[in-house]
Design a protein around this ligand. Structure first.
Ligand code: HEC
Ligand code: HEC
Length: 389
C-alpha cells in the first residue's frame, strides 16, 4: 500500500482507552462514557486491532448516534455497563435512551479465551458467546448488537456500512487492511467490521492474568489469611460446590485458570422482579435451554456486579447466600434474600436445576467473607482500586 499510515501499537491503544484519553477524561459526570466527543484520527490505521478499537468506541454506528459498544462495555471497569439507569445496571439502556434489555452486560475481559460454541466429548454444550451461547464466536457476536432494536438499533447491515462510508478514516482503513474491494458487497464489508471488532477484543491486554491470585501463583504475592482460607474453601469439594462449575481443571495451581468450565447450568437464578416491573416483560428466559446459562468466569467478578444473567443480585454476599439456599434440594434454611428481606423470587425452570452439582454444606458467615476475599483476589491489577472494601 502506498499510503503512509501507522497503527498505534495495540497496548498503547488499550492504555489510551483506559485513561479515557479520547474523550471522557474531561467529562466530570459520573457514568459518562467514551462516547462524548468521540473523535476519529485523521490518518487511517493499518491493523484490524487498531480499527476495532475505533469501531468499538464510535457512537455513529447506532441509529441515533448515541451509543457505541463502549456505552455498555466500559473499559475502565472490565467492560461492564457503568451508566446509571432505572434498573441500577442490572440490564442496559438501548440507543433510544428508554428501552431496557433483559440481560446483564457481561465483562469482556477474558471473553476472547472462551472456546467457540461446541458440543464437548460428553455431547454437552460448551463455550460460545452471550449468556445463552447463541453466537458461536466472538466475531459472530460482534455483528449482533449493531442490529439489535434495544441496543444500537441499526435497521440492517447495509445501513451500518453506509455509516462507515461517511468517514474517510473508515473507507481508507478498511481498504488498507482488507483490500480495495472490501466495500464490493455489504456482506464482505460487514465481515471486515465484525472481524476487526473481534480482533481488538482479542488483544492480550484483555486478559492480563495479573491478579493477586496470579501473582501468588507466580510467587510474587502472599495471600492474606482470609484470601488463603477462601481459596481453600473454593478448592475443597467437601467444603463448597464451586469447583464443580467454576474451574477448568479443578487443580489449584493451574496457571491461567479461567474460573469457569464454560458449560451451561441452571442454578435456579430468581427472576428479576425490578426489571420485570420496569419493562413489563415477564416471559421466561430459558437461556440455552431450561434455564441453563453459561457459567461465567469469576475473574474480575468483584468489580463487575450486578450478578447473574439478569443482574438480579447487587452484592457477592447475596450470591453466596443464594448458593447456601440452593445447596440442598428442598432446603428449608437460608430462605431470605438479604437484598429484599423477602424470600428469593421464583425461578423459571425449577425442575431443571442442576441440584447435584450445587450440593454443599452451608457456608458460615466467616466462610462467605473468606470466599469473597478470595474472589476479590481474582481482580486484574488495573481494576484493584475499584474493589469495595
Ligand atoms: C445496549 C448495551 C449494549 C451495547 C450497545 C453492546 N452490548 Fe455487548 N452485551 C450487552 C448485553 C446485555 C450482553 C448480554 C446479552 C445476552 O446474553 O443476551 C452483551 C454481550 C456481549 C458479549 C458476550 C460476552 C460473553 O462472554 O458471552 C460481547 C463479546 C459483547 N457484548 C461485545 C459487544 C460489542 C462488540 C458491541 C458493539 C458492536 C456491543 N457488545 C454492544 C450489552 C451491550
Ligand atoms: C452447577 C454449577 C455451579 C456451581 C456449583 C456454582 N456456580 Fe456460580 N455460577 C454458575 C452459573 C451457571 C452462573 C450464572 C447464572 C446466571 O447467569 O443466572 C453462576 C454465577 C456465579 C456468580 C455471578 C457471576 C457474574 O458475573 O454474574 C458468582 C459470583 C458465582 N457464580 C460464584 C460461585 C461460587 C463462589 C460457587 C461456590 C460456592 C459457585 N458459584 C458454585 C454455575 C455454578
Amino acid at each position: 500500500m502506498s499510503r503512509q499510515s501507522k497503527a498505534l501499537p495495540s497496548l498503547v491503544l488499550f492504555s489510551l482507552l483506559l485513561a479515557g484519553c479520547d474523550s471522557s477524561s474531561n467529562s466530570k459526570e459520573k457514568g459518562s462514557t467514551q462516547d462524548d466527543a468521540f473523535l476519529l484520527p485523521s490518518e487511517a490505521v493499518n491493523t484490524p486491532q487498531a480499527l476495532g478499537y475505533y469501531l468499538f468506541n464510535d457512537p455513529n454506528l447506532s441509529l441515533n448516534r448515541s451509543q457505541s459498544c463502549a456505552s455498555c462495555h466500559n473499559a475502565k471497569q472490565a467492560f461492564i455497563d457503568t451508566r446509571p439507569n432505572p434498573a441500577k445496571g442490572a440490564v442496559s439502556l438501548g440507543d433510544d435512551g428508554v428501552s431496557l434489555g433483559q440481560r446483564n452486560a457481561p465483562a469482556l475481559t477474558y471473553a476472547y479465551l472462551t472456546p467457540s460454541f461446541n458440543l464437548n466429548s460428553n455431547a454437552e454444550a460448551e463455550g460460545g458467546f452471550f449468556h445463552d451461547g447463541r453466537a458461536k464466536t466472538l466475531q459472530a457476536q460482534a455483528g449482533q448488537p449493531l442490529l439489535n432494536p434495544i441496543e444500537m438499533n441499526m435497521p440492517n447491515k447495509a445501513a451500518v456500512i453506509i455509516r462507515l462510508q461517511e468517514k474517510s478514516f473508515y473507507t481508507q482503513s478498511f481498504k488498507q487492511i482488507f483490500g480495495d474491494e472490501v466495500f464490493a458487497t455489504t456482506e464482505q464489508a460487514y465481515n471486515a467490521l465484525t472481524s476487526s471488532l473481534a480482533s481488538w477484543q482479542s488483544e492480550e491486554s484483555f486478559a492480563s492474568f495479573d491478579s493477586k491470585y496470579d501473582r501468588w501463583l507466580a510467587g510474587s504475592y502472599q495471600l492474606t489469611p482470609a484470601e488463603e482460607r477462601g481459596k481453600d474453601i473454593f478448592y475443597t469439594p467437601s467444603l463448597s460446590s464451586c469447583i464443580n462449575c467454576h474451574t477448568l481443571n479443578r487443580n489449584l495451581t493451574a496457571p491461567k485458570e479461567m474460573f469457569t468450565n464454560y458449560l451451561y447450568r441452571n442454578v435456579g437464578t430468581p427472576v428479576n422482579l425490578t426489571v420485570q416491573a420496569l419493562t413489563g416483560v415477564t416471559t421466561k428466559d430459558a437461556g440455552l435451554n431450561n434455564g441453563a446459562f453459561k457459567t461465567p468466569t469469576l475473574r474480575n467478578v468483584a468489580v463487575t456486579g450486578p450478578y447473574m444473567h439478569n443482574g438480579v443480585f447487587a452484592e457477592l454476599d447475596t450470591v453466596l447466600e443464594f448458593y447456601n439456599f440452593r445447596s440442598r434440594p428442598n432446603n428449608s434454611s437460608n430462605l431470605i434474600n438479604p437484598e429484599t428481606d423477602k424470600p428469593w423470587a421464583e425461578t423459571s425452570f425449577p425442575e431443571a436445576i442442576h441440584s447435584t452439582e450445587l450440593m454443599m454444606p452451608a457456608l458460615s458467615k466467616q466462610d462467605k467473607q473468606d470466599l469473597i476475599a478470595f474472589l476479590k483476589s481474582l481482580t486484574d491489577q488495573r481494576y484493584e482500586h475499584l474493589i469495595k472494601q
